[in-house]
Design a protein around this ligand. Structure first.
Ligand SMILES: Cc1ncc(COP(=O)(O)O)c(C=O)c1O
Length: 400
């Protein structure tokens, strides 16, 4: 590649160009049938995506935020409950908790995997909660409310450590909704079951986003919830469609959270390529890993033996993140920061009274992470150029 070429953070043009004909055919079919919302295209995609996730049911919805919200409500989260997640995630995770009427709370992340620290979750349940004699539920001592659900986030395409999370959930009778919005196809080796499990098949429900830049992205907004529970699937179908069991019979008050037929049709086409795209991402990650292995001052993503990540993002950690980002930008290399401000320190959550220092691992990680260019079509020459520029910055001791 020429040194003057810009290296984008993400390439959404190439895959659409490659699939242009198939995608255009879907659009024509939708125009011919005028079935714009719901219908057979949505049902086909739901079946295909459920199979891809090794889940029994899939309910297509309008976006990933709705997917988290509907999963929580259908699993039984009630207004006033506490739902625990991590402060190192996109705000949609906590927005959905609040939209379900619950109070969000956090436990810190693990310093290596950047997902929920299971020891901290255990500590939270043991020290900050007591078991209410009447209901048998954990109650938060300070908030005087029941903790009823956990939302582990499979961040950057890597599953959270689900075995111990599910074990704690069983012991404390908690709902688990996986936030798999960044983890289509990621796998987790369950010691307990002695087998690899797919993101989206482990919790009571799991939420996926098909925002265009995701590993499986729509050409607009879309999302889905997977579950192995038939009753929950039925409830989520009602929730997405104004609480209707059938047309104009509203059993509950729901939402307008349906999936467009057009998006479902386009997603079906792309789903056929997802395994290959994920494999290409894994290869690109392995190349980065190898190229960066001799670079002092750069912490590459950690992949535990129980994880087969799908690298939605390839995130490194360096002391002088701003310096490195500028150095790369000067070389026309786009990068991202996911995410710079921990959720507990966001203005939106000011009234919750969290302070700096409450979740130190998240705070440290948030100040040092940098997402490098990552997409299936990323060429190794482009990666070499990125790594060479990182090494150039490191060689003057700037990274330490
Ligand atoms: C971790 C996480 N959760 C939830 C969402 C919400 O998805 P959407 O943007 O489709 O509502 C996203 C999407 O960016 C996400 O990355």
């Amino acid at each position: 590649m020429s040194l003057n070429e810009k290296i984008p953070f993400l390439d959404l043009i190439t895959p659409h160009r490659e699939l242009e004909q198939e995608l255009t055919t879907v659009f024509q079919r939708v125009l011919q049938t005028a079935g714009f919302v719901g219908g057979p295209m949505v049902e086909s995609f739901e079946n295909e995506f459920a199979a891809f996730c090794d889940a029994k049911y899939c309910v297509g919805v309008a976006n990933g935020t709705d997917a988290v919200r509907f999963g929580l409500i259908a699993a039984g989260v009630q207004p006033g409950d506490i739902v625990v997640t991590v402060p190192h995630t996109f705000i949609a995770t906590t927005e959905a908790i609040s939209q379900a009427g619950a109070r969000l709370d956090f436990v810190d992340i693990d310093e290596q995997t950047y997902s929920m620290d299971v020891a901290k979750l255990r500590e939270y349940l043991e020290r900050e909660c007591y078991i209410d004699r009447e209901s048998g539920k954990p109650y938060h001592r300070r908030y005087r409310a029941p903790v009823t659900a956990i939302v582990p986030v499979h961040l950057y395409g890597q599953c959270a450590d689900m075995d111990p999370i599910l074990e704690l959930a069983r012991r404390y009778n908690l709902i688990v909704v996986e936030d798999a919005c960044q983890a289509h196809g990621a796998e987790y080796f369950s010691q307990k079951e002695g087998r690899w499990r797919k993101a989206g098949s482990m919790g009571h429900a799991a939420a996926f986003s098909f925002y265009p830049g995701k590993n499986l992205g729509a050409c607009g907004e879309a999302g889905a919830v997977t579950t192995n529970n038939e009753e929950m699937a039925r409830k989520m179908r009602m929730l997405r469609d104004h609480g209707q069991a059938k047309k104009y019979y509203h059993n509950i008050e729901g939402y307008n959270g349906r999936l467009d037929a057009l998006q479902a049709g386009l997603l079906s086409v792309k789903l056929r390529h997802l395994a290959e795209w994920n494999r290409q991402r894994q290869e690109a990650a392995a190349r980065y890993h190898q190229m960066l292995s001799s670079t002092d001052g750069v912490i590459a993503p950690h992949c535990p033996s129980w994880s087969r990540p799908v690298y939605h993002l390839y995130v490194v950690r360096v002391a002088d993140r701003e310096g490195l980002q500028k150095h790369l930008a000067d070389a026309k290399i786009d990068t991202g920061i996911h995410y710079p401000i921990p959720l507990h320190l966001q203005k939106a959550y000011e009234t919750f009274g969290y302070r700096k220092g409450d979740f130190p691992v998240t705070e440290r990680v948030a100040s040092e992470i940098l997402s490098l260019p990552m997409y299936p079509q990323l060429q190794s020459a482009a990666q070499s150029h990125v790594v060479q520029k990182i090494q150039e910055f490191a060689s003057v001791g700037a990274l330490r």
